[in-house]
Design a protein around this ligand. Structure first.
Ligand code: PLP
Length: 322
């Protein structure tokens, strides 16, 4: 198993892959202002690339529902940051309605150039493996932009004969925010919406994924699967990734929790090769990490590393370190 860490991109998430292309196209189209709805990382990335490209940026985020690192990035990079009393899906609806009226260029993953950029995750991982395709690529699913982009990238690579075998794509959702998983269970006969999505993995707290149709194609083309994982599974998996000295944000840990579950179920065989995508950096959501280690959130933490509070005497400290 390999982990490809997209949290090592300039703003700490995979969003930079698509945002560098998206903002370049905004400039090409003579746009002055770019806009997005975001669970945090899209906003952070768009704000940075807009600043670098001399564009104005407006972001809509659900109030109180995005991780601190991401909110502070949007503000720091200078985006007009609008918190709405609603969830991501409400913010997305507003952007879709507002963007054409105000002449703002939308940079959510409904923008095809964003997805073109995100295809490079797959191109690069295959290049890094000497163009030897793994059996599986595993990725968390929220708005399903990566899922859509990965399918397109793999189809193009197969067509150009750079790979001879298509890896299966496994998409992992949080159980409290699982519309794609529910649709998968109906064999995609029905597009299901989750009205009040809930998960500590705030990046994927999305009830009505915008790239649903393209993502269905990916699952069908790659003979992929969709799985769901619970909050404890997510945060325990995150603690393991963190404890390796690598670290990731909660949504990314879905990848690892999902791999573990799929291996247990026998869907991923023990001799198969897997590349798991870690989508965002550990520092994006410090609160989730602190809550896990010091408060046992969401459940008594299996890998808790509680901070110690000790009087400043050598004997007390010796005692604590025993
Ligand atoms: C860290 C992280 N992981 C996963 C996702 C979900 O990606 P997608 O919308 O492409 O499914 C997001 C989206 O915001 C994210 O920020």
């Amino acid at each position: 198993m390999w982990a490809k860490h997209e949290g090592e991109n300039p703003t700490g998430s995979f969003k930079d892959r698509g945002m560098t292309v998206g903002t370049s196209m905004a400039i090409f189209f003579n746009a002055k202002t770019v806009v997005c709805a975001s669970t945090g990382n899209t906003a952070a990335s768009m704000a940075a690339y807009a600043a670098l490209g001399g564009l104005k940026a407006v972001v809509f985020i659900p109030k109180g529902e995005i991780a601190l690192g991401k909110l502070s990035q949007s503000l720091a990079y200078g985006a007009k940051t609008i918190q709405i009393n609603g969830n991501f899906d409400d913010a997305m609806r507003i952007v879709k309605e507002l963007a054409p009226k105000l002449g703002f260029y939308p940079l959510n993953s409904l923008n095809p150039f964003r997805l073109e950029g995100q295809k490079t995750i797959v191109f690069e991982l295959l290049q890094q493996r000497g163009w030897q395709a793994p059996d599986w690529i595993v990725v968390p699913g929220g708005n399903l932009g990566n899922t859509a982009a990965f399918g397109k990238a793999l189809a193009e690579l197969k067509e150009s004969k750079l790979i001879h075998r298509v890896p299966r794509v496994a998409v992992i959702q949080a159980a409290g925010s699982n519309p794609f998983y529910q649709s998968y269970l109906t064999d995609f006969k029905e597009k299901i919406t989750v009205l009040a999505p809930e998960t500590l993995a705030t990046a994927i707290r999305i009830g009505s994924p915008i790239n649903y149709a393209k993502a269905v194609k990916t699952i069908q083309f790659t003979k992929g699967v969709v799985e769901q994982v619970g909050e404890t599974e997510i945060m325990d998996a995150k603690a393991v990734v963190d404890g390796c000295g690598i670290g990731c944000e909660p949504a990314s840990a879905c990848t690892v929790a999902g791999i573990r579950k799929l291996v247990k179920k026998g869907v991923i065989k023990k001799d198969e090769s897997v590349v798991g995508i870690l989508t965002g950096n550990l520092l994006k959501d410090p609160q989730a990490t602190l809550d896990y280690h010091s408060k046992g959130i969401p459940a008594p933490s299996k890998y808790a590393n509680k901070p110690l509070i000790i009087a400043p005497t050598i004997s007390k400290i010796r005692q604590a370190l025993k």
